[in-house]
Design a protein around this ligand. Sequence first.
Ligand SMILES: Cc1cc2nc3c(=O)[nH]c(=O)nc-3n(C[C@H](O)[C@H](O)[C@H](O)COP(=O)(O)OP(=O)(O)OC[C@H]3O[C@@H](n4cnc5c(N)ncnc54)[C@H](O)[C@@H]3O)c2cc1C
Length: 626
Amino acid sequence: MSLRPTLDFLLYDWLEAEKLNGRERFADHSRETFDAVLDTCERIAREKYAPFNRTVDIEEPRFDGEKVILPQATHDANRAYAESGMLSAAQDYEEGGMQLPYTIEAAANGFFGLASVSMGSSLLTKGNANLLLVHGTQAQKAVFARNEFAGRFSGTMCLSEPQAGSSLSDISTRAVPDGDDFESDPLGPRYRLKGNKMWISAGDHELTENIVHLVLAKIPGPDGKIIPGTRGISLFIVPKKMVDAKGQLTGERNDVALAGLNHKLGWRGTTNTLLNFGEGKFSLRADQGGGLDGRGAGAIGYLVGQPHQGLRCMFHMMNEARIGVGTAAVMLGLAGYYASLAYAKDRPQGRLPVESKSRDGVPAVAKDAAQPQVRIIEHADVRRMLLAQKSYCEGALALELYCARLVDEQHTGAPQAADEARLLLEVLTPIAKSWPSEFCLEANSMAIQIHGGYGYTRDFPVEQYWRDNRLNMIHEGTHGIQATDLLGRKVLMENGRGLQLLAGRVNATIERALVLPELAVHANALAGALAQVRAATRAAWATGSAGEALANAVPYMQAFGHTVLAWIWLDVSLTALQLPATSARRAGCLGAATYFFHYELPKVAAWLQVVSSRDPTCAALPEEAF
Ligand SMILES: Cc1cc2nc3c(=O)[nH]c(=O)nc-3n(C[C@H](O)[C@H](O)[C@H](O)COP(=O)(O)OP(=O)(O)OC[C@H]3O[C@@H](n4cnc5c(N)ncnc54)[C@H](O)[C@@H]3O)c2cc1C
């Protein structure tokens, strides 16, 4: 089954996305308009992205000393995406948008992840512009955000530094007011920035007229000292090329220099850069706010929001960014699943064991070499790997769409429903980001395994899917950091109300499933897993020691994630049971759900064992013993 029918089933049958049209904001929409968006994205992805996925992997970005060079296909794909209107699809009509529900936008963008995940940087551009719509001034919105939505400019997120990745409180980029009149600039309070930003995706290229960097930096206090920790961090717009108050390029380069391109394992269609801010490579004219000859070196940056509120502004768009990362991981997982399914249906190899013969009472396996070979999809172990991929990837797709639907609920639901959606998203976001990053990557590994030796070569696409997917456990908060966020913050916040809310939703599904003979056993198994997760959460924190509780945060997140996925599969199965008994979709859903409950859910108990006992094996081993 390909992606589109799966999306249609999950969106319309399971999530009842059409009902969103009852909301005032989406009143002009209908199933037809949603389908038109899905059709357009599917077509552009098929024509402009998929044929070039290998090209962008082989023709890595390169720097000729002046410009970054990308394959022509990336330029064409980028243009087609911008012309489709998808950059601003979710925005208000007044902003030139379509007021499309995020649920549909997220689903439609899935086609690009499936076709060629690294060719577009639209996630960053949209996140950047969305942030400015919320925290920027009118001028910042008009000059930067609108031009990003229009595809004229693109955006980056500059958080990480060579010495500060997970620990953003330790960034050392500095921002100082640019002259006495720094507050009178039409584009916002003007500062001079100096520092280095590492790993910046889409940090330099010629795909758009300009690049809008959103940069975290610290403003020294009146005593010249930096406020330690994340409280001292502020957010700045630092354009690559200077613009006037109407958004026109002035012809001046801002002092942002490409120090180098990073050469990555995968995801090579997007540049990844080390950027130097304010090193003096590009000096600015005096009437551009000074320069080397005027008020000193430094890249010009315009403050966004209030000083020292930078991380708060950044985190505003984290939920959607993390759903985006999770969805990318899902799409790569699905790409591998579809490729290995096709291969397994085609590749003849070996024969099935025939009836065992007993020799001296000992069972023996026999094979009839005179028979033709079978296709590998007929081997039980290959079917195990296919079903594992299907249960991971289609289950995770359903989870991402469920979270996207919560985003719409948060923005357009009645007050109580909106608040519940907000809190549920707090708890589910680490799972939406991290679970697919780990298990859809595992799916890619199985896709390679199904291809045997061929999977390990570049003649087949599955090794690239694995390499591309390996990024997702690292960026947007590493696996370990997400796990700490879940057990150390999310399940505790508001006196554990988020966890209770989630448990309420899981229990509602269990109750519906308990009365159905096909699902009652699964429902009981899920109730058991949920009880174990709740007990383990209490046990982890029983001594109140963060060190003890968080030492096993990753096994906790794995168990929590598996419980969430089992819930999603049970809920999806309730919908699948409405399909005709002969439906392949129904059989596929119930088969994948059964796989998940039989082969995966039992792992929860083992993961939670070390959490509940606050097992010190890893934390306590002396360093010299490693
Ligand atoms: C291809 C790519 C694209 C990226 N794009 C961007 C971008 O556009 N913008 C941007 O700002 N950044 C970007 N990043 C940076 C990315 O967010 C960081 O790599 C990530 O935050 C981890 O930081 P680090 O690499 O310094 O690793 P470190 O923080 O040094 O972590 C190394 C290891 O130690 C673990 N660790 C660290 N601290 C803790 C802790 N407190 N508790 C438990 N474990 C811990 C981590 O989990 C990890 O396993 C990108 C990275 C890559 C590889």
